[in-house]
Design a protein around this ligand. Sequence first.
Ligand code: NAD
Length: 300
Amino acid sequence: MRGRSKDMAKIAFVGLGNMGAPMAANLVKAGHRVIGYDATEAARQAAVTRGLTVAGTLAEALREAEAVVTMLPNGAIVRKVWAEIAQNLGVGTLAIDSSTIDVDSAVAVHELLAARGALTLDAPVSGGVGGAEAGTLTFMVGGSEAALEKGRAILEPMAGRIVPCGGAGAGQAAKICNNMALGISMIAACEAFALGEKLGLTHQALFDVLSTSSGQSWSVNSYCPVPGPVPNSPANRDYKPGFAAALMLKDLKLSQEAALARGVQTPLGAEAAQLYGIFEKLGHGGQDFSGIINFLRGKL
Ligand code: NAD
């Protein structure tokens, strides 16, 4: 890799939103030369306030870039932006998409860029805005070993953990399977607490049993949907996210599209998508996803 030292690169970072801006800032802190770009002036300005250098156009951000990272809202936008990037990409450039998108779009982007001689990774994340700020995101990575080897110096300053998942699209596949399980397990935890309340159990008593018995899950033990037992869970701050219900709905829909396309039965994933869909329609998409307990209690 060219650059100031073996591991430092000139990176174009596209999509400077809630996640992208702090991720790009961590690359700068690690010594990389980063030129950011976002379609909106407001995001570009906010990034400048953080100390990032931004370009006024995508083409300008891409000039002499040795690596390009994107952090964008959805698969359609990712396909469109990478089609534009592909026009300006040098052979051997590293291309990393960290957005959460459908597997088919991820694979299409890999194929488009591989045809241009780029090394490509799909590398969606979990850990939310807090993890993006702290540089502790988990990256689920799909792509060749050569691409991952080259990508580590870029992913590491943003990462707590990097999990190789397989070939093109495997990172996105792992992400949507994980989040489908998470959406289902959160609803299971909420149903248990809602029923426990009506049966006269205190939150703490039920937590003490669930969290140490066969009903345990990350949703109970680390992200408890009722206030008290896990002091830093969003339930203790009136369900301020955290991980917004609208983002959970997005990931559940991606899982259902994938299940339909592959002919896989995921009835609980489908039900979770339905419930989060109603929760969002009721105007609560901006709440933490554990706030769905109020809907299940019949309080919304
Ligand atoms: P965001 O909406 O805050 O940021 C997306 C940015 O992309 C915006 O600033 C937008 O202006 C920009 N953008 C849109 N179209 C563009 C284009 N054509 N060219 C350049 N910029 C463009 O979203 P976010 O919360 O930062 O999420 C980004 C991705 O990360 C999503 O795919 C999301 O599902 C995923 N994700 C988010 C979280 C989270 O907690 N926010 C957690 C894990 C994964």
